[in-house]
Design a protein around this ligand. Structure first.
Ligand SMILES: Cc1ncc(COP(=O)(O)O)c(C=O)c1O
Length: 458
């Protein structure tokens, strides 16, 4: 088959076939009444598949040229200087949090900013577990504050109450794409010299207007994290990213991601700085190979170049994805109100509908609803599911109620709760959400609207 071709031509031939294969066998099936409508789905075409196979044919496997391309393009999109690709959003959170524990943060402009065991990190319990898990795993103390409804984000009026002389950071997610009050949280962190990690896994492409103008969420805090797991705003199968504008944090993030090493040479490259054998580190003999000097107890959280290759193609489509998510959200919200009204029903008597936070332009991950008193969530969810529409809970609901807390429940040295998490419990008991992913059509959204209106009247 490859006679009379050089390697480049042979590769192109394969990629042309892959593109044709994708067009022929990965065509999106048209929605038909009765089809199940999932809350999320990958949106991709020949571009992702050809990139993936291109990287497979190169067979570098680990982080390589596609990773470089992705990290640069992703940082460029967000408007930050540094991005590190990792193998999941949970790894991104682990990487971001552990960076704050580095000894290199013991003197930041004359202040000790290092997070130590027993130090406190303000967060919420209404969200995804791996925003909180790294804090507990390290032995720091999460301090849970309530959230507001209908924004489903951290209640910033509780921040000062949550503060103690051990508070070192705030680590919290932008819920389902809706930005939390970044103005208030940033001001609180600045006032008390706290780190801010934005878990941006569900909000990629969301924007927020600070006093100095609009910013992407994930770039206002000190570190932002993303997930590229399939339901998310863009995908690589598995994958995540950690980003920052701070060179010192970036150096630590890279070290923690890459085994804890001190050296910054990419894999497969040696002695980029020209000082591989002439340094003094710790108690090692002078000139010990810098490639194997460890300044942190690190991990290996890197992704493969095949994941990055898929991400490069997704990123080019990404701005359109964001627009489509916004359109779908608006269509659902307006449709629910208008269709209910045409049946003589005020939908807001039955459900609390989601509202964009002040100063924000959300790239919605989902459409969140809370059942009003007298409307039973399980009845509504069962009916919506039975009509073919997939629903989701807001992840953990109230994380502190889960079996993973059984071991530490009530142990004030392990975690603290400020106030009574009233809204968090309401979310656990009465909220659910449906999708707005870019592959949804008007027909699907119309079906969802009809299903929800019917369900709340049961
Ligand atoms: C807010 C939030 N953070 C972190 C994660 C973890 O991402 P991953 O599934 O890529 O580990 C998720 C997962 O969906 C999430 O919703």
């Amino acid at each position: 088959m490859f006679e009379n071709m050089n390697e480049k031509e042979a590769r192109q031939h394969i990629l042309d076939l892959v593109a044709e294969y994708a067009d022929s066998f990965h065509k999106k099936k048209e929605y038909e009444e009765g089809d199940r409508i999932s809350y999320a789905s990958r949106v991709y075409d020949r571009d992702e598949m050809t990139n993936l196979v291109d990287s497979a044919l190169e067979f570098w496997l680990t982080a390589g040229r596609y990773t470089d391309e992705f990290e640069k393009a992703f940082a460029g999109y967000l408007g930050v200087r540094f991005c590190s690709l990792v193998n999941s959003g949970s790894s991104a959170n682990l990487n971001a949090f552990m960076a704050l524990t580095s000894p290199l943060l013991e003197d930041v402009n004359g202040k000790d900013r290092r997070v130590r065991r027993g130090d406190e990190v303000i967060t919420v319990a209404a969200g995804f577990p791996t925003t909180v898990a790294p804090i507990i795993q390290y032995g720091a103390v999460p301090v849970f504050v309530d959230v507001t409804i209908p924004e489903y984000n951290i209640d910033v009026s509780a921040l000062e109450d949550a503060f103690s002389d051990r508070t070192k950071a705030v680590m919290v997610a932008h819920t389902l794409g809706n930005p939390f009050d970044l103005r208030a949280v940033r001001a609180f962190c600045d006032k008390h010299d706290l780190w801010l990690i934005e878990d941006n896994c569900d909000a990629l492409g969301s924007r927020y207007e600070m006093e100095d103008g609009w910013h992407f969420t994930g770039t206002v805090g000190d570190i932002g994290t993303s997930s590229f797991y399939p339901p998310h705003h863009m995908t690589m199968g598995e994958g995540g990213a950690v980003y920052t504008d701070d060179p010192l944090l970036n150096r630590i993030i890279r070290s923690m991601r890459d085994w804890g090493r001190d050296c910054v040479c990419p894999s497969g490259r040696d002695n980029l700085c020209g000082h591989r054998f002439d340094g003094q580190y710790g108690q090692l003999p002078f000139g010990y190979d810098h490639k194997y000097v460890y300044s942190h107890f690190g991990y290996n959280l890197k992704a493969t170049d095949m994941q990055a290759a898929v991400g490069c193609a997704q990123l080019k489509k990404f701005p359109n994805f964001v627009e489509k998510r916004k359109e779908n959200f608006a269509y659902l919200r307006n449709g629910l109100k208008a269709c209910a009204a045409s049946e003589g029903l005020d939908i807001e008597d039955k459900l609390i509908l989601p509202v964009a936070s002040a100063h924000s332009d959300p790239s919605w991950f989902g459409f969140m609803m809370t059942c009003r008193e007298g409307v039973d969530r399980s009845t509504v969810v069962s009916a919506v599911e039975a009509s073919g529409v997939q629903t989701r809970a807001l992840f953990a609901g109230n994380l502190t109620k889960h079996p993973c807390f059984d071991d530490i429940r009530g142990d004030l040295s392990a975690y603290r709760i400020v106030g009574d998490l009233h809204n968090t419990d309401t979310i656990m008991n009465s909220s659910f959400w449906v999708g707005v992913y870019p592959g949804m059509t008007k027909e699907m959204l119309d079906h969802m609207i009809g299903a929800i209106i019917k369900a709340v009247q049961l």
